[in-house]
Ligand binder design. Structure first.
Ligand code: GLN
Length: 203
């Protein structure tokens, strides 16, 4: 049984548990370092990245999450993507974890309480899959290192990235009931085709 934890410091974690259960995985709450033991993967959900950044340090989770990410996959959605990034443009309130070698800009799709539903396409098992996903004051991915594969775009900017082990999404797939990203990352049985490399299935 695949065991995936959801970081529950703040934000939108409940729907991720629903997606994990729908996929037949065991889902767990992660609130302190000991909760990471024996998990196969971790989700850093959407929410408010400034608050989550403070709480990660307040609960002494920074090193444990980084150690966990050496061996296991991490999925970040929206604020989770911000926290997983290496560089954040014009930002001092978030101390990112640097798990994904990307540069992002916070709130780049709208500074107000702004949300929109976008239709994206990904290629999986050589089929094109279209789906709706939700952006809520979403981060824009400005730069990706060459080890990063772009698996979906919105308005010609990378919106979903994967480095062979970790995945970051600007949007919230869980708000539209999309299970494919969780499945791609944590089951590793679904073939994922993407733009920059051929290596994903080797992981
Ligand atoms: N704008 C939020 C932040 O910077 C992210 C919003 C979200 O996760 N939906 O943390």
């Amino acid at each position: 049984m695949i065991k995936v934890g959801v970081l529950e410091l703040q934000g939108d974690f409940e729907l991720h548990h629903n997606i994990l259960r729908e996929l037949g995985y065991s889902s767990f709450s992660v609130k302190d370092s000991s909760d990471l033991e024996s998990l196969d993967g971790l989700i850093i959900p959407g929410g408010e990245s400034t608050t989550m950044s403070l709480l990660i340090d307040a609960f002494n989770l920074r090193k444990s999450i980084l150690d966990f990410s050496e061996e296991n996959s991490v999925l970040g959605t929206c604020a989770g993507l911000i926290l997983m990034s290496k560089f954040i443009e014009d930002e001092s309130k978030v101390n990112p974890l640097g798990i994904l070698d990307i540069e992002i800009s916070r709130n780049a799709y709208g500074r107000q309480i702004m949300s929109s539903v976008e239709n994206i396409s990904i290629e999986s098992d050589s089929k094109i899959i279209n789906m709706d996903v939700t952006l809520i004051r979403a981060p824009k991915i400005l730069k990706v290192n060459k080890n990063i594969n772009v698996i979906a775009e919105i308005d010609n900017s990378p919106a979903a990235v994967f480095d062979g082990k970790h995945m970051g999404l600007s949007f919230h797939p869980e708000l539209n009931g999309s299970t494919i990203f969780h499945e791609m990352l944590f089951s590793r049985t679904t073939k994922l085709n993407h733009k920059n490399s051929e290596g994903i299935n080797a992981a």
